[in-house]
Write a new protein. Structure first.
Length: 566
């Protein structure tokens, strides 16, 4: 292919009637003042979208327009272009064919970038255009920092073999960011954020230090290094979390905030002494991660019922499910919808996961006997409208919450049960009086998180015997295997076959009949009546819906619904 021609972006957009002359003039003035690229200025001011710019360039140059979200590329092909050049020129190698290299660029008219890429690849280059935003995300996914982490770990091992580092002194120095241990931790955090990890596990083994990431609920090894660097990493993390670096025999908990790529990330840290040293788990909580209920992909009918439920003036609403099923996210989404100047919202949590403006949040502290129950009793003297209790841990907390719900407050809380009907029985087992439970409990939401198939590499499903039997058993209608997909794995999804998760929910509202059964303590009758109301709307039904919509696999639906049966 011939070298691309240079075109004037503003004139091109005006010519294709995507931009007016007045808008172009305004953007050029802004560009002159800021020194940024014209395309970025146009997008930031809402004059055009990135897709419109890419489409206009593709039409003018008569080159392909690629959607990198749906392009399957081998990582080794992309890495023909070093990360530094890829980020500098906003370009990635997407295909090698007949010794020709196809490169997707955000701006194919950047002739200097084109010449540098050709000079580096030393092959014939054909170009395509790609949306700048999706191209940046693609670069983050492909250019993982695993090699950099391993190299920094090796460097740190060599340094520690020669001398002992005083991390107390290191933290106070101006050049702390230059220390190998700090650079290693920064690379680990950046890699974790790139792959959307929720947790980082730093685990000393007998002969190595293992660092694992939990992505979409599943752990995978990020890197292994020499075991001798483990104490250095843990000590630096303890300094960041303001923990006692001399105490290695007892568990410790702390938190700190880091800034990565212009994003603030809250890090909750837990250390535990294990056989070969100290193990640390870091929970990553990105600021601004709280969504509203409308963003949680609930079916519309279910969403409308839940919104009506949380806008009741009083009553107890429970969100149930195992650890890691998204209960806290649902509660925060409900709080975000309820957070108006007319309401006073109070929360008691252990720990406070997200800091929300306009809401009074209390952190449980057992060391000073600030328990859930004690905070709840104090809340009732604070004139609240809505109270969130992080977890129903004991009978005292449950009784105070139920009484608060009975006396004119809306109370939100979580409970560990497998499904919605089991929540009432669990509270009765905890000692809640039947009359109090029947008059206070308004509704129960049970939920799970299902991994979504990667849109790039998902392929038609080939069901095994167990999967086929399970689908035929669960589906009332006939089984249409043509719509089913299964995971494969590619560079976009870190070779897991899945990318992201989606919640599935079942919502049980307590009506007069159910309340009457609770008042009589008839848990068996309550479960039977509750299951009738949930017919066709259970967690299993929702998982099957996602399977039939090609959003998840049969294997994933079976895994999640097996948790419900346990």
């Amino acid at each position: 292919m011939a070298r691309p021609e240079k075109i004037r972006l503003g004139d091109l957009l005006v010519q294709q009637k995507l931009l007016s002359q007045e808008q172009l003039g305004t953007a050029l003035e802004k560009q002159k003042a800021s020194g940024r690229k014209l395309g970025r200025v146009l997008v930031e001011h809402g004059f055009v979208t990135e897709d419109e710019i890419s489409g206009a360039i593709a039409r003018q140059l008569n080159i392909p327009l690629l959607d990198l979200r749906h392009v399957h590329v081998r990582p080794e092909t992309v890495r023909l272009l070093p990360e530094q050049l890829a980020r500098r020129f906003r370009a990635v190698v997407v295909e090698i064919k007949d010794d020709k290299v196809r490169v997707a660029m955000a701006d194919p008219t950047d002739l200097f970038a084109y010449d540098e890429i050709v000079n580096h690849l030393k092959r014939e280059v054909t170009v395509a255009v790609a949306n700048e935003g999706s191209l940046a995300q693609f670069i983050d996914l492909i250019y993982r920092r695993s090699e950099e982490i391993s190299e920094l770990a090796r460097n740190l091992t060599e340094e520690l073999s020669d001398e002992v580092i005083d991390f107390g002194t290191l933290a106070a120095t101006q050049n702390a960011e230059e220390a190998p241990v700090v650079r290693l931790l920064q690379s680990v955090f950046e890699d974790a954020i790139q792959v959307r990890a929720s947790d980082i596990h730093v685990e000393p083994q007998e002969k190595s230090l293992q660092i694992r990431f939990r992505v979409d609920g599943v752990l995978s090894v990020a890197t292994e290094a020499d075991r001798k660097i483990g104490p250095a990493l843990i000590q630096r993390l303890k300094l960041m979390a303001d923990l006692d670096i001399a105490e290695k025999r007892l568990p410790q908990d702390g938190r700190f905030v880091i800034r990565l790529k212009k994003r603030a990330v809250d890090v909750r840290m837990s250390t535990v002494p294990v056989q070969f040293g100290e193990s640390a788990v870091l929970r990553l909580l990105t600021h601004g991660g709280v969504t509203s209920l409308t963003d949680m992909q609930m079916p519309e009918a279910q969403l409308a019922r839940l919104q009506a439920l949380i806008h009741r003036p009083h009553g107890l609403i429970l969100v149930t499910g195992p650890t890691g099923s998204g209960k806290t996210t649902t509660l925060y989404a409900a709080l975000a919808d309820l957070n108006t100047p007319e309401r006073k919202l109070l929360t008691v949590e252990d720990p406070v996961e997200y800091r929300l403006p306009g809401i009074n949040q209390v952190q449980v502290n057992d060391k000073i006997e600030l328990t859930f129950a004690r905070a709840l009793r104090a809340f009732l003297r604070q004139d609240p409208d809505v109270i969130l209790v992080g977890e129903m841990r004991d009978t005292e907390t449950a009784l105070i919450a139920l009484r608060a719900a009975l006396t004119g407050h809306l109370v939100l809380s979580t409970l560990h049960t497998n499904d919605a009907p089991s929540a009432a029985a669990r509270l009765l087992d905890m000692g809640a009086p039947p009359f109090l439970l029947s008059t206070s409990l308004a509704g129960v939401v049970a939920q799970r998180l299902v991994r979504k198939l990667c849109p790039v590499c998902a392929r038609p499903a080939q069901l095994d015997v167990n999967e086929r039997v399970w689908m035929k058993t669960e589906l009332a209608a006939g089984l249409d295997e043509s719509v089913l997909k299964q995971a494969r794995g590619c560079g976009h999804c870190n070779h897991t076959g899945y990318q992201g998760r989606q919640g599935i929910y079942e919502l049980l509202e307590i009506d007069g009949e159910l309340a009457g059964l609770l008042n009589r303590g008839d848990t068996s009758g309550f479960r039977t009546a509750a299951q009738k109301r949930l017919a066709g709307q259970t967690l299993r039904d929702e998982a099957l819906r996602l399977v039939c919509e090609s959003k998840t696999s049969v294997a994933e639906a079976m895994r999640v619904t097996h948790q419900v049966d346990e």
